[in-house]
Design a protein around this ligand. Sequence first.
Ligand code: NAG
Length: 597
Amino acid sequence: MMLKTAFVMLSAAQMAAGFSMTGNRNLQNKNSLASIIEPQMKVSSTSLFMADTETVSIEDITAELNQHKQDFDAKVAAAESAADIDKVRVEYLGKKGPINKVMSYMRLLPNEDKPKLGAVVNQVKGELESVIATKKEEMQGADIENEMKAEAIDVTMPGLKKNVRTGRRHPLSITMEKAVDIFTALGYDTVTEAENSPEIETDYYCFEALNCPKDHPARDMQDTFYLTEDMGHLLRTHTSAVQIRQLGKRKPPLRIVAPGRVYRKDDIDATHSMIFHQIEILALDEKGKLNLGHLKGTVEHFLNKCLDLKLRGKWLEVLGCGMVDPNVLEMAGIDPNEYSGFAAGFGVERFAMVIHQINDIREFYKNDIRFLDQFPSFHDEGLTSLLNGDVGREQEEVNIKTVESAVAETEAKPEKKEKKKKQAPAPAGDIDVSKLDIRVGVITKAWLHEEADKLFCEEIDLGEEEGPRQIASGLRAHYNLEDLEGQRVLVLANLKTRKLVGFPSHGMVMCAASEDGSKVEFIEPPADAKIGERVMIEGFDGEPATENQVIKKKMLDKIFPDLSTNSEGVATYKGVVFNTSAGPCVAQKKMPNSPVG
Ligand SMILES: *[C@@H]1O[C@H](CO)[C@@H](O)[C@H](O)[C@H]1NC(C)=O
């Protein structure tokens, strides 16, 4: 029975690995041996024990091999990786493994059984090897999968705050979302869908329907990106087009807020970008229900909510607002005698720049993380909490301080600022009315524009060698054709030639217009003024600018707001009268205190 003993000792390593060998008759024996004999000792002791053994049958050996195989199968089944399989292979098929050891029983076999031993052992060996090969391949696949599983990101796990950068909303997004939230809470509908707020607009929605006819100087100022040669399609220059589209779809009463991207052919600099954002609101109701007070209240509420600030000096620069032009309503098919309302809008970038004391608009588009990091994070509510200090993160502290000082500054000197504004309202550097070449002229011929039903075509004599100029004016709502011939007018003569619905127009006739645009009157030079003489404005006697400079520097934009009639209907620039050799120029019916353009 030495053989059995030897077997038990060979299996000691397996026992040490915690593998149980149920059904083994020598379990007791084996356990005690395993605990006494060191693994290295076992092999040599095996042969020691075997030295005295008499005989063993081939059946005994087969039975033993089967037992090994059974153990082997169990271990393979329990293996969890290719490395585990390798261990099992070395243990069983290695030089010192039980299978090879069985060959040492050769001398104990009866002579007739000796040739069978090799075949028996080899068969088992073959079987084990093939199991190993298959299993190992499987395991390698499983290993890769496990590895991938281990490296996968569990999105349900809480994020690690330390060392991980959390995302933030872009300051422009925060500003827009905040503004939209405030107006939504007041009952305004947000309009952002592409079909209601397209960035590619038609001339009609962007200009024409907004009472900005083809000869209006605002069109030059807008510096539009036109997309088609006939200038019918363009990239919208403002979000006001959204209002017109809504008016075409819905009947008042209505309240809408429209945030969106707009485009201008501006040179990029610290305060200009070719692409920027606007937010506009429009409120329409039965006539008389909404007045300037409501507009003021709404804008104040917005600024209050947004900034805890009162409507003062600085804000006027970023926020434009007014009552809706009745002509605009009429063109949209809404009776201005039935409905009225107000509109307001602001440039998001400018607004954010004032709030956060950012001095370069280009910072918004650089995506410099150091810049973006200074704004409230993704989880934050936006500007309110930033200003209230709710944000509570060290990073933002600097910014809160900046904003607070901005707020303090604005609150400290609103009066001063407003006074300054009245005295020198145009902080436009050296651009004043003298840049405009305003000449005395007379209409020598007039006819109706064939395609544009708002336009007159005129020939106006400015005493120029080349003869009268051709100019188109959108005055058909205010004058009859027969009124025009012989009419003395002032012409803004240094404007670039513009095609107005196919008619090249070489200048602009100056008129006074009531705030709502319903009344328009020619500014008339005195009867004795010389044709072609330049209008003088005391204290502003520079040389006129070139046509290109007028457009490039947006001079009309800067000068026109200061042109108006005084209480006697005399045209003035900052209160200084338009004078000629024969005296001042007056609105035809002396319309007082009205814008001139
Ligand atoms: C207008 O110009 C005339 C002629 O140069 C001059 O006599 C008159 O004082 C000027 N009037 C005003 C108000 O500037």
